[in-house]
Design a protein around this ligand. Structure first.
Ligand code: URA
Ligand code: SF4
Length: 224
């Protein structure tokens, strides 16, 4: 079947929905109203980042999951619970963490019995949604950023980013930045908590996640 222009999603990118005055409420409203790519269509809510505005560290995930989409909050489902436990085990005070995602709307495929099957965002969605991550960086101005998985890594370092070789040590913020006025002092990449949940070597992978978060914890205590 030939594809018509209307089958091709329009992706102007999020920039035109980013408010001039950045605040938690204006950003949240902008994200919920955003039509920067087609993902808003099948989602319940746009999910902004959450946490204190003076957070020392920003944690960047991939995209909201089923629970996050329903509740409009990041990391409130199973991956979020694992992440909270890992933060605690790594000695990172949850009160100094701002949690967000590279992509703000839930992308999914219909499954059996009305189930919504997570479908990771593509590069085009990460690019379209980038202005929201930039806006959140300028809103929160975190000292450091923890990148949870390849999609978060790609949002900051570009599509060729690989977690494996990069994980667990401080990375310099990319030269030239990503469009924010604010430049965090460091980034640390690690695996995504959902990958730990799915892993057959869950204990090892969980321990590696905690070890990477401990690197972030020591950077925080070093520059405080
Ligand atoms: N996975 C993510 O990357 N982000 C969430 O908010 C929840 C699950
Ligand atoms: Fe806008 Fe991002 Fe949602 Fe796409 S995924 S509509 S760019 S907020």
């Amino acid at each position: 079947m030939a594809t018509s222009a209307s089958d091709r999603p329009e992706r102007p990118g999020a920039q035109e929905w980013v408010p001039e005055r950045l605040g938690k409420k204006t950003v949240a409203a902008g994200i919920d109203a955003c039509r920067g790519c087609e993902l808003y269509r099948d989602a319940t809510h746009g999910v902004p980042g959450d946490g204190p505005l003076d957070a020392a560290v920003m944690l960047v995930g991939e995209q909201p999951g089923d629970q996050e989409d329903r509740q409009g909050k990041p990391f409130v489902g199973p991956a979020g619970r694992l992440l909270d436990r890992a933060l605690e085990d790594a000695g990172v005070d949850p009160g100094i963490v701002f949690r967000t995602n590279a992509v703000k709307h839930f992308r999914w495929d219909p499954g059996r019995g009305g189930k919504r099957i997570h479908k990771g965002p593509s590069r085009v969605h990460v690019t379209a949604c980038g202005p929201w991550l930039v806006a959140e960086l300028d809103l929160v101005r975190p000292r450091g950023v923890v990148l949870l998985g390849a999609i978060a890594g790609a949002a900051v370092f570009g599509p060729s980013f690989r977690v494996g070789p990069a994980r667990g040590h401080p990375l310099d913020w990319p030269d030239g930045g990503i469009g924010s006025s604010w430049t965090p002092s460091w980034a640390v990449a690690t695996t995504h908590p959902s990958a730990v949940l799915r892993s057959r070597q869950r204990h090892e992978d969980y321990a590696a996640l905690v070890a990477d978060l401990e690197v972030a914890a020591s950077l925080l205590s070093a520059d405080s």
